[in-house]
Design a protein around this ligand. Sequence first.
Ligand SMILES: [Zn+2]
Length: 182
Amino acid sequence: MIQSRCVLCGVEGENFSSFKPSGNFTSYNYLCSGNSLCQNCNEVFTDQHYRRSSWVRSTGETVFCTAKDMLKILLSPPDPPFMLYIARSGKKQTYLQLLRKGSNLSKTAFWIADEDLGLIRIVTQQISELTIFAREAYEKLGQQKWKLYNGAPVHDWKNQEICERIERLKHDPLWQLVVRLI
Ligand SMILES: [Zn+2]
């Protein structure tokens, strides 16, 4: 038997499927060398649900969900090994980076991929603190998310502590993710 190498996760094995990207495949930067796909990657690559939806995959079983469900799942992830992806427009194949990275083995610190933000390291303790703060800031600043993304305008600086903390956080991808999901 000839050993093949999976072009997405890099694992070596036998009886792999051949890798045949369609004409509009553009994510060549996520690939390893080779021209085949292991069974696991073949399923994720060929089933379009993985591009269009958010999902959690653990030991061969996948649950598709909405981005709205994701905050709850991030705060309380499934038992490892697992992978987790947050889709946005469903156009890009950012999740292919997850296959390269491999499954997470910890529930308290792990990697996810967000379609727009790319790979993000999650520490559950940190995301739980940011969630509490983001909800508080959202209420105090008149329920306008753009202030949480970009920083608050001058007239909001009566809430100085909140505004200062947002200034420190606003370029952090983890913060941007939390603001999207609250
Ligand atoms: Zn693979």
